[in-house]
Design a protein around this ligand. Structure first.
Ligand code: C2E
Ligand code: MG
Ligand code: MG
Length: 584
């Protein structure tokens, strides 16, 4: 690479140009000659050069000092070696040469034999310097900036936050850290593809910049004049530092501006998208005096904003920490619950009103942890869903329930139905029907005995996708029920599009049957409509004889509740089913 280097020789003396060119060509370098400063500049601009040899004393306005200074002013020309050739040996002119930007100088008369070495050495040194400078620049950008959005990255934000905290400590001022996450970004990314995802992130960054921009300076330095900063932490997470707020409420104004700017429609190809954001706010020094704490607490507040419905901001509060510590603890234990055999199934008998028999059971998951004790499914099932743990736990439940059903049938129990709760995430997880089929084959359970209880929320997803899954399940031969019916968004008319065998009316509609008439009326209406759609109806949460009498009269098919039996551990459930097949 060095061998092909191209050297520009600028000297008004043709003899010197000739000698120098010959000497450099002899060691394999290419040369171009210019007879004046002006010509030298033009040639440099046209062809460039890896080094310049420049005579100091040239006639006219453009002497060597001038030419050198002009060369240095050209873009990207800070580091190309310029060797000044001078007959002036006084200190002053040497100083002037360096001031004008010369790399080195050589005195006339030129020692031609030495010149080649000198130039080679200079080229080598400059090559190394350039490479170092370039990689240093690249490293700096990589270390502190995000490629996609050109915003500062997590590392930058961390260090900058630390720096600003030190300042705020001395000046006794308040700051706010905003933690921002785009709502539903993952889903958009998965459906529209990563390219679209990238464009959304870029557009979001631009809107964030605009929301914060106090001057153009911000775009270049990553800081606004007041010292505010914006960064992309990774994924769809962004942070903002407001380095001078006088009251905690000031942060809300900025958060609100950001929220509104981000929620404006975004055109992406033929799609018009609405991207909203959830924002958490932590205040220095109230909510933490280290960068780590502030970020963590703002993140936690963001999580609460999401949980409270998204597209809003939330301030951090200490209560959030307690809840988060508890959740964290719970999650860690839940991760190990399966391998530590802490999970167990209980079975609640289902009473068939037509034949007056207990004809089936619903499998209900129980978790007992040595440290935390018994934890309610209402608490750990949502956590298992959020963390994805429900996939493994859910297959364990399915397996266990089918195994139990087969065992009971083998022992002579006339079990007509084993109902198992299925989370939406499980249902839509890849090849769920294949999993069901595999478990049925492995355990040897007759498919029609297995009933899968889905939630209404499963039906609000993309209709074609859900329908596909449900039809595959029906092909396998299992029964499908909608659990907690009436609490979700699905309407009976929408329900018609899906192959559903049974509705389970939520206990809240049963609870005050006979007290206020409204709920009774809803239950009755659902029973009638289900009948017209050829679906079975189960009423959950039957606790009193009054409720039971009422439901019998209204032709409900099946009841489930504490009045008949609580959910029971396997051994007791077996005894119950053996002893109490009949009831009036
Ligand atoms: P669910 O599927 O609606 O189950 C019925 C819930 O009502 C059970 O609560 C049961 O113990 C309770 N229950 C039954 N009869 C009565 C009654 O007469 N009065 C009252 N007040 N409650 C009654 P549990 O076992 O705490 O389960 C709560 C929820 O957790 C279940 O509601 C279900 O959605 C979910 N769940 C339980 N096991 C599993 C599982 O294996 N997988 C999944 N995905 N979810 C499960
Ligand atoms: Mg259920
Ligand atoms: Mg239910």
């Amino acid at each position: 690479m060095l061998d092909q280097a191209h050297i520009l020789i600028i000297d008004d003396d043709p003899m010197i140009r000739f000698l120098v060119a010959k000497a450099l060509q002899a060691i394999g370098l290419r040369t171009t000659e210019a007879a004046s400063g002006e010509q030298g500049l033009t040639l440099f601009e046209q062809y460039g050069a890896q080094a310049v040899l420049l005579d100091v004393m040239m006639p006219g306005g453009m002497d060597g000092f001038n030419t050198c200074a002009k060369l240095r002013q050209l873009p990207d020309n800070q580091h190309i070696p310029i060797l000044m050739m001078t007959g002036l040996e006084d200190l002053d002119s040497i100083n002037r040469a360096f001031e004008a930007g010369a790399t080195d100088f050589i005195t006339k008369p030129i020692n031609i034999a030495l010149l080649g070495h000198r130039v080679r050495y200079m080229l080598k040194a400059s090559h190394t310097t350039n490479r170092l400078l370039e990689s240093e620049r690249r490293l700096h950008r990589m270390a502190y900036f995000d490629n996609l959005t050109e915003l500062p990255n997590r590392q930058f934000f961390r260090e900058y936050l630390q720096h600003m905290i030190a300042l705020a400590q001395r000046q006794k001022c308040k700051m706010a850290v905003l933690f921002l996450d785009l709502d539903g970004f993952k889903r958009i990314n998965d459906t529209l593809g990563h390219h679209a995802g990238d464009q959304i992130l870029q557009e979001a960054s631009e809107r964030l910049r605009k929301s914060l921009r106090a001057s153009d300076l911000f775009a270049r330095t990553g800081r606004t004049e007041e010292g505010n900063s914006l960064a992309r932490l990774g994924g769809d997470e962004f942070t903002v530092l407001l380095s001078t707020i006088s009251r905690n409420e000031d942060a809300a104004a900025v958060a609100e501006r950001i929220r509104i700017n981000l929620s404006q429609p975004l055109i992406l190809g033929s799609h018009e998208l609405y991207i909203t954001s959830s924002i958490g706010i932590a205040i220095y020094p109230d909510d933490g005096d280290s960068g780590e704490d502030l970020l963590k607490n703002a993140d936690l507040a963001m999580y609460h904003a999401k949980r409270d419905g998204a597209n809003i901001y939330r301030y951090f509060s200490n209560r959030m920490t307690e809840a988060a510590v508890h959740r964290f603890n719970l999650e860690n234990h839940l991760r190990k619950a399966l391998e530590h055999s802490e999970l167990e199934l209980h079975y609640q008998p289902l009473f068939d009103l037509a034949i007056k028999r207990f004809s089936g059971v619903e499998a209900l998951l129980r978790w007992k942890n040595p440290e935390l004790g018994q934890i309610s499914p209402a608490e750990f099932i949502p956590l298992a869903e959020e963390t994805g743990l429900i996939i493994n736990i859910g297959s364990w439940v399915l397996n266990q329930a089918c195994r139990q059903a087969v065992a009971w049938i083998k022992q002579g129990l006339s079990l007509k139905r084993m109902a198992v709760n299925i989370s939406t995430m499980q249902l839509l997880h890849k090849s769920f029907p294949a999993l069901v089929e595999k478990i049925l084959t492995e355990t040897g359970l007759e498919p029609s005995i297995l009933e899968l209880e889905l939630t209404e929320s499963a039906l609000i997803f993309d209709e074609d996708t859900v329908l596909d899954v449900l039809l595959s399940l029906k092909k396998i031969g299992v029964q499908l029920a909608i659990d907690d019916f009436g609490t979700g968004y699905s309407s009976l008319s929408r329900l018609k599009n899906f192959p559903i065998d049974r509705l389970k009316i939520d206990q809240s509609f049963i609870r005050d049957i006979g007290q206020t008439s409204d709920n009774g009326a809803i239950a009755v209406a659902v029973i009638a409509m289900a009948e017209s759609m050829n679906m079975q109806v189960t009423c959950e949460g039957v606790e009193t004889e009054d409720q039971l009498t009422f439901l019998k009269k209204k032709h409900c098919n099946e009841v489930q509740g504490y009045l008949l039996s609580r959910p029971l551990p396997s051994v007791q459930a077996q005894a119950f089913l053996l002893g109490a097949v009949h009831r009036d």
